[in-house]
Design a protein around this ligand. Structure first.
Ligand SMILES: Nc1nc2c(c(=O)[nH]1)N[C@H]1C(S)=C(S)[C@@H](COP(=O)(O)OP(=O)(O)OC[C@H]3O[C@@H](n4cnc5c(=O)[nH]c(N)nc54)[C@H](O)[C@@H]3O)O[C@H]1N2
Ligand SMILES: Nc1nc2c(c(=O)[nH]1)N[C@H]1C(S)=C(S)[C@@H](COP(=O)(O)OP(=O)(O)OC[C@H]3O[C@@H](n4cnc5c(=O)[nH]c(N)nc54)[C@H](O)[C@@H]3O)O[C@H]1N2
Ligand code: SF4
Ligand SMILES: [Mo]
Length: 717
């Protein structure tokens, strides 16, 4: 039946998603996707990933049906099977593992937060395995957990003006979402608008990002030293009496101890560590404290250092002592729409505040984890244990939406674990990837244009609709597959709904609305209230106050006040031969980590993995713009294309992460060629969260044409 030309609203999931989009259809075919000018969340913005989503959806290489391994593992020989056969096989293998070895012998892994997140953890817990793996330890979770123990909730930049005020000062710290599209539920284009109306903009980034180029102050920090900067700013704000006395005395816990703690952390102390002049640190601290309201927009640059967790805590202290918490134009706690149920019911809110884990899992996981605040297994440690068999060798694994060979560190260890040690691996993905190639069963997952959904994953003030427009092959929503497997394994208590359709209706039932009715509304908005702590009896922390001095940290024998630790993999700490500081990957506009490299339009915009290098350094190393070079660390190497860029310090280079070549020959797709994560070590982790210091490694750089495998160029500084 012809349905003709029509335009339907939905919400994009090209990244973590927040933009409402218009999907232009001609009969059953999606012909174009554009921004929705009437959207409250994104006001018409769309980035290239959103605009080209149909190219990914209809890409000829999409997985279209379940595939069972036919040859040896990793040989790229596959046999098409029906969903029924695939589900039967998984059920019997998962059941056998549970029965013969115990449920901890199955691991469940997911990639970054995606629609499946609500059920992956639930499935792991219902099945009974603590071996739940995801990249959260180095992404967002450190900030969420830090917020949870300090404030009881995650503070977000208030840039929509709901309270009648826009931020007068914006401090962007290790975040680049104005250039990359969106992050952590915030549309970069909306932040850009807020930057225009702010009186003062300060950007703290080792690179001159587009926001830094336009800012009033760009603090070109030495990678990995943010905690020192934050401590010095706290020092100035207290020493110069710029803090909010009323808020501190009424609502903060441990101010005196904080003041005593930061007494020695002067700007003169921080300057040589951070390479930011002491006077600039003073100026930044004064502007941030005096310009009200001020919001601090942090990002993943904060998480991925050896003390990212403490750094986040220091930033929360800055927001708090300046009185910017839950004030219009400051850092606020969004109010979600009333009446919609939590996405993962029958759960308790975990230490990560806002993220929901199934009841019981929190303490159990923590008790097994050497990183006291991480609510998941530590991936590098987990992968090693698969090979060593210590404390036991996990037998099976279900990897949903992750390409860890390329996006995690230790890709070679993961390859070995998948190829030679795990007995049975299932991978759910949209495409064959280097990781999926090592599976025993591969399941075709649904793209966001193939999903009906109630969307409110990141903490945001609204809930959006997402609609299923089409279906390529036999792709299925991950959650439907999790439902099926859970029911087959008898996990009905944790999965009481007959199917995801009933589940979506159940989420909305208290509103008296069905999912079909919700699809017509497209957005539900929460009624924002500010200064909630005045009426709600304070903050959801042990003391009921903002814990500048953290009781939770103290109770776990960890430093209750933030301390700075020197990056352990800096050139200063390593043997000769690796003189450059390596920022190993941040997000880029055109791709989502290892995703979308199949899309020609995006590859035309970003043709190769790039390494940014200062002109003087390039000259010293005799490297030309657009020339292929080899980056090498004590742990590995990668080939990238030089991009001469004067917005980076002379001894710092920045490299794109998560590259592989989907167009290259299977099963490897040349993933080992340009994967900068192979340069990360495996010895240093944030002691609280297990985060890896990806943004402050060290390396050497040489021309790719040099005979590299024979000798390593030694360059003195
Ligand atoms: N060097 C360096 N490394 C990093 C980072 C960095 O900044 N630098 N960032 C880190 C961060 S913050 C994160 S979150 C991780 C991300 O790590 P991952 O989540 O592993 O990365 P992706 O490449 O986004 O996703 C992996 C796969 O999921 C598939 N996929 C996409 N959507 C779906 C879906 O709905 N269902 C299923 N089943 N599959 C889907 C994609 O096709 C892709 O193959 O990487 C981390 N790695
Ligand atoms: N287009 C696109 N959007 C994405 C993603 C994607 O892959 N592509 N991924 C999503 C995910 S999973 C995440 S976690 C978010 C993260 O998005 P963001 O929070 O923006 O994090 P990053 O892009 O990793 O890094 C942000 C900035 O930190 C800077 N930086 C690096 N090292 C340091 C340092 O030591 N100190 C400071 N102050 N800054 C440093 C980098 O130069 C970069 O400009 O983005 C999400 N959005
Ligand atoms: S920023 Fe993210 S949500 Fe917005 S259009 Fe781009 S990919 Fe989609
Ligand atoms: Mo992330």
């Amino acid at each position: 039946m012809s349905t003709g030309v029509r335009i339907v609203r939905s919400s994009c999931r090209g990244c973590h998603g927040v933009c409402q989009v218009l999907v232009h259809m001609n009969d059953d075919k999606i012909v174009r996707i554009t921004g929705d000018p009437e959207s409250l969340t994104s006001k018409g913005f769309i980035c290239p990933k959103g605009a080209t989503a149909a190219e990914l959806l209809y890409h000829p290489d999409r997985l279209k049906y379940p595939l069972r391994r036919a040859g040896k593992r990793g040989e790229n020989r596959w046999q098409r099977v029906t969903w029924e056969e695939a589900l039967d096989e998984m059920t019997s293998r998962f059941d056998e593992i549970r029965r013969d070895s115990g449920s901890e012998y199955l691991a469940v892994a997911q990639g970054t937060g995606r629609p499946y997140t609500e059920f992956t953890m639930r499935f792991a817990n219902a099945y009974g395995t603590p071996n739940f793996i995801n990249p959260g330890h180095m992404c967002y979770l450190p900030r969420i957990i830090g917020s949870s123990i300090t404030l009881g909730n995650l503070p977000v930049s208030d840039i929509y003006g709901f309270g009648g005020k826009m931020p007068a000062c914006i401090l962007i710290w290790g975040c680049n979402n104005t250039a990359t599209g969106a992050s952590d539920g915030m549309c970069g284009s909306m932040l850009k608008k807020a930057l225009k109306s702010a009186d003062q903009v300060i950007v703290i980034d080792p690179r001159r990002t587009s926001a830094a180029a336009k800012a009033d102050y760009w603090l070109q920090i030495r990678p990995g030293t943010d905690c020192a900067l934050a401590l010095a700013m706290i020092h100035i704000i207290i020493q110069e009496d710029l803090y909010d006395h009323e808020f501190v005395s009424k609502y903060c816990f441990g101010f005196e101890r904080l003041a005593e703690h930061v007494r020695i952390f002067t700007p003169e102390w921080a300057a040589p560590i951070t390479r930011i002049p002491a006077e600039t640190i003073r100026t930044a601290a004064r502007i941030y404290a005096k310009t009200k309201p001020a919001c601090l927009q942090w990002g993943n640059g904060v998480d991925t250092t050896i003390n990212g967790f403490q750094t986040g805590r220091a930033m929360l202290i800055l927001m708090s002592i300046t009185g910017n918490i839950d004030q219009p134009g400051g850092n606020v706690f969004w109010v979600s729409p009333a009446g919609i149920k939590s996405k993962s019911p029958l759960t308790e809110q975990n230490v990560a505040g806002g993220q929901f884990l199934p009841a019981g899992q929190v303490e159990r996981v923590i008790s097994q984890n050497k990183f006291p605040f991480a609510p998941n297994c530590h991936p590098p440690t987990f992968w090693k244990s698969v090979i060593s068999g210590v404390p036991y060798r996990v037998r099976g694994m279900w990897i949903i939406g992750s390409n860890p060979l390329v996006t995690a560190t230790q890709g070679l260890t993961i390859e070995e674990a998948l190829r030679n040690h795990l007995e049975y691996t299932v991978v759910s993905d949209l495409f064959m990837t280097p990781t999926a190639q090592l599976a025993d069963l591969v399941l075709p997952a649904a793209h966001w244009l193939e999903q009906d959904d109630v969307v409110y994953m990141h903490k945001i003030w609204c809930v959006l609709s997402r609609k299923k427009f089409t279906q390529v092959g036999e792709s299925r929503d991950d959650r439907d597959v999790i439902f099926d497997i859970a029911h087959r394994l008898g996990l009905n208590e944790a999965f009481p709904w007959p199917s995801r359709y009933e589940y979506l209706n159940w989420l909305l039932e208290d509103l008296g609305m069905s999912f079909d009715e919700f699809k017509e509304k497209d957005i539900l908005v929460g009624a924002m209230v500010y200064r909630k702590f005045e009426k709600d009896g304070g903050f959801h922390t042990p003391s009921g106050k903002v814990e500048l001095y953290s009781n939770v940290m103290e109770s776990r024998g960890r430093p209750p006040l933030p301390v700075y630790v020197e990056p352990p993999l800096s050139p200063q700490a390593l043997p000769d031969g690796y003189p450059l500081i390596l920022v190993a990957g941040s997000k880029v506009l055109e791709f989502f980590h290892s995703e979308m490299h199949q899309v020609e339009a995006l590859r035309r915009m970003h043709t190769a993995p790039r390494v940014q290098i200062h002109p003087k350094t390039a000259a010293a190393y005799n490297i030309l713009n657009e020339e292929w070079v080899i980056l090498e660390s004590p742990y590995g190497r990668a080939k990238l294309k030089a991009q001469i860029f004067d917005g980076i310090a002379e001894d710092v280079v920045y490299a794109d992460h998560a590259w592989w070549y989907p167009e290259a020959k299977a099963p490897e797709y040349r993933w080992k060629e340009s994967c900068v994560n192979l340069l990360a070590g495996d010895r240093f982790f944030d002691p609280d969260t297990g985060a890896e210091p990806l943004k402050c490694l060290s390396c050497n750089i040489t021309k790719a044409s040099a005979d590299h495998s024979q000798k390593r160029t030694r360059v003195s500084r």
